[in-house]
Ligand binder design. Structure first.
Ligand code: URA
Length: 212
């Protein structure tokens, strides 16, 4: 598994405002969109392309276009939904599937409660959106779900990751037969006893949408 931690002053600046407890929900949502667009630029570096012939106003030339089948973007409900707009802005022709995962706050185990995805994902590069890679339980369960359906490559995009979550993912996918990459805005210090990322930004879903 490859891990890419973004190292860019613009990303660091936006992350700092995002982490600040005084940042309100509308600003938080806007910043998440912007951050995802920046992270998506890095995450799509290896996306498959095909050569195409085109005519510019000046001459004929050969260029590159994204190959078929199109990538599929999979936000993990609920917080991943806040990342969809930023991803779609950069890759508007990607298809979108949804995966609802819920974490038991006591056991920290993740389970699937909703899925809107093609049964067959063979040939597909899946971009999974989940803002917080904390224990790793949710992402491991989500990625296994996509691997079972034949995904050819998976890239998870997170705003923040904890070392514990990265370690869980590395262990779970040590023998994976497909390329798996995690792209994160920052690698934080640790998890606290409640499974929150430290220093983190709190509950991403609550900060995006308010407490329900
Ligand atoms: N999920 C969140 O929203 N925040 C964390 O810190 C950990 C998991």
């Amino acid at each position: 598994m490859k891990v890419h931690v973004a190292n860019h002053p613009l990303i660091s600046h936006k992350l700092t405002v995002l982490r600040d407890e005084r940042t309100d929900s509308p600003t938080f949502r806007h910043l998440v969109e912007e951050l995802v667009t920046l992270l998506a630029y890095e995450a799509t570096r290896d996306v498959q392309t095909v050569k195409v012939k085109i005519k510019t106003p000046v001459t004929e030339t050969e260029g590159l276009k994204m190959a078929s089948p199109r990538p599929i973007v999979v936000p993990i409900l609920r917080a991943g939904l806040g990342m969809l707009e930023g991803m779609s802005r950069l890759v508007p022709n990607a298809e979108v599937g949804f995966l609802g995962m819920v974490r038991d706050e006591k056991t920290l185990q993740a389970s699937t409660y909703a899925n809107r995805l093609p049964e067959d994902l063979s040939g597909r590069h899946c971009f999974v959106l989940d803002p917080m890679l904390a224990t790793g339980g949710t992402l491991v369960a989500a990625l296994n779900y996509l691997i079972e359906r034949g995904a050819t490559e998976i890239t998870a995009i997170c705003i923040l990751a904890a070392p514990e979550g990265i370690a869980t993912m590395e262990k779970a996918f040590a023998n994976a037969k497909i390329p798996i990459t995690v792209v994160t805005g920052a690698l934080d210090e640790k998890l606290n006893e409640r499974g929150y990322i430290v220093p983190g930004l709190g509950d991403a879903g609550d900060r995006l949408y308010g407490v329900v």
